[in-house]
Design a protein around this ligand. Structure first.
Ligand code: AMP
Ligand code: ZN
Length: 465
């Protein structure tokens, strides 16, 4: 399995620290808002990589943090007239609603920065004791100049970085490249006790600390969006490698942005769509298909038109699944026939092609093409004369190839029922509001699809004609 390592700027063979296991840390969201569809790409990409490792038989320990204390959290808590703690609780809850709806598997651990304050203080103290960090008026800074390898992840040298850096007037640090490990409490801010007085952790230290406490000194993979390479991940390396004297992560994976009109989708540019609003009109299959139809290191331009194109593609795949599901009901032969055995082997050959693509730095775009080739092949070769066994095998096989991508797991039968239930509910609502035009429209729509409604004292029943 080959993956592109940001640290070496090369594709490398993946060799885990411990055979059959992957220790992976992904930088998670700052929980002050609903996450947008750009953030969603990052979460979907790493969920897919994790699923693929599992598909290949690895046991994955997957950690994704919640940043629940920083300037943005404090500002938003003030705006919402709540505490930082309550704000965090609220948006962590909302995060899970959207992540679950996107079929993102739950992490093994989702640590919150504020749950690790004691360990963060210990970490910072260790850096001070080693002489790599210094305290000034209740702040603590990391001295980047002391870490010889500073810049190795982003491929910059410290002199160039220093030349570009500026010191703010209110900065207490000795060198413009130094960064805060601990911040002195400002009036009204939440704070915790520390040897330097009341304060709160800087952003970079939380990830170093939580990765160390949950996964150990060296981990296999550290991941995040490409904006995190510098300074966030560069600083994490400096902190962790200084403290532990060991490599922090063997592989660094970064996923590219979702752009809108060639600009990064972001809260500050106000060019974003929340995941929640997109999921009102598009299924998780469509969103994931859209995200995975390009390589994770290539920027993706977002527009409703491209999303609609993804929807049409996903519908084609589900139509094929629906056809096979109907075929499975229609066919007469139960068991696989002798002459079908070589075709079964032929179906299986798609697994190898798929793995070849995914092993090549998670080429999901080409892996999706393999699924389309498979589906086309099945459509032309399976028919009423096929056996139920091979049709069901084909169905399972499509699901197998869809599962690392987190798509194609739904049964079209289930979907139809769900759709009908939703329409019935909408009709009931319309009736309650005495919107007879709408309620009649829904009834006619269902009738056209062969669904008859019966209003009974127990509620609405439906049947197929
Ligand atoms: P944040 O909550 O802003 O810290 O972002 C959470 C994650 O989403 C980080 O890994 C970011 O790198 C990533 N991210 C932010 N904006 C985008 C974007 N437009 N496209 C892709 N990933 C993004
Ligand atoms: Zn991080």
């Amino acid at each position: 399995m080959k993956l592109y390592n940001t640290l070496s700027r090369k594709r490398e063979e993946f060799i885990p620290l411990k055979e059959g296991e992957v220790k992976m840390y992904v930088c998670g969201p700052t929980v002050y808002n609903f996450f947008h569809i750009g953030n969603a790409r990052t979460f979907i990409v790493f969920d897919t990589i994790r699923r693929y490792f599992e598909y290949r038989g690895y046991k994955v320990k997957y950690v994704q943090n919640f940043t629940d204390i920083d300037d943005k959290m404090i500002k938003k808590a003030n705006e919402e007239e709540t505490t930082v703690k309550n704000l965090g609780d609220k948006y962590i809850n909302e995060y899970f609603k959207d992540a679950d709806a996107l079929n993102i598997q739950r992490a093994t651990v989702n640590p919150r920065a504020t749950e690790y304050i004691g360990q963060i203080v210990d970490f910072v103290e260790a850096l001070v004791e080693k002489g790599y960090a210094y305290a000034v008026d209740g702040d603590v800074y990391f001295s980047t100049k002391k870490f010889n390898e500073y810049g190795k992840l982003s491929g910059q040298n410290i002199e160039d970085l220093q030349a570009g850096a500026r010191i703010d007037v209110d900065d207490k640090k000795k060198d413009p490249m130094d960064f805060a490990l601990w911040k002195n409490q400002k009036p009204g801010e939440p704070a915790w006790e520390s040897p330097w007085g009341m304060g709160r952790p800087g952003w970079h230290i939380e990830c170093s600390c939580m990765a160390y406490n949950i996964l150990g000194e060296t981990i296999d993979i550290h991941a995040g969006g490409s904006d995190l390479v510098f300074p966030h991940h560069e600083n994490e390396i400096a902190q962790s490698e200084t403290k532990n004297g060991k490599p922090f992560a063997n592989y660094w994976i970064h996923s590219a942005f979702v752009n809108v009109d060639n600009q990064k989708m972001s809260k500050s540019l106000n060019n974003f769509f929340t995941t929640r609003e997109i999921l009102e009109n598009y299924s998780s299959d469509v969103v994931r298909f859209f995200m995975l139809s390009g390589h994770y290191r290539t920027q993706l331009n977002f527009s409703i038109e491209v999303l609609d194109a993804a929807k049409a593609s996903v519908e084609r795949l589900y139509n094929a699944i629906a056809n096979l599901e109907s075929l499975s009901q229609e066919v007469k032969e139960e068991t696989i026939k002798e002459e079908e055995k070589s075709y079964k082997e032929h179906i299986e050959s798609y697994r190898e092609k798929y793995i070849d693509k995914m092993d090549d730095d998670f080429n999901t775009a080409d892996a999706i093409s393999v699924i389309f080739d498979l589906v086309r092949d099945l459509n032309t070769n399976l028919n009423v004369n096929s056996s139920k066994e091979i049709v069901n095998y084909a169905l399972e096989f499509i699901r197998e190839l869809g599962s690392p991508l987190g798509i194609l797991q739904k049964s079209t039968k289930g979907n139809l029922e769900e759709e009908i239930e939703v329409l019935i509910e909408e009709r009931q609502k319309a009736r309650k509001e005495k919107n007879w035009a709408l309620s009649d429209k829904i009834r006619d729509e269902l009738k056209e699809r062969g669904i008859i409604l019966e209003d009974t004292p127990q509620g609405v029943r439906w049947k197929k004609i």
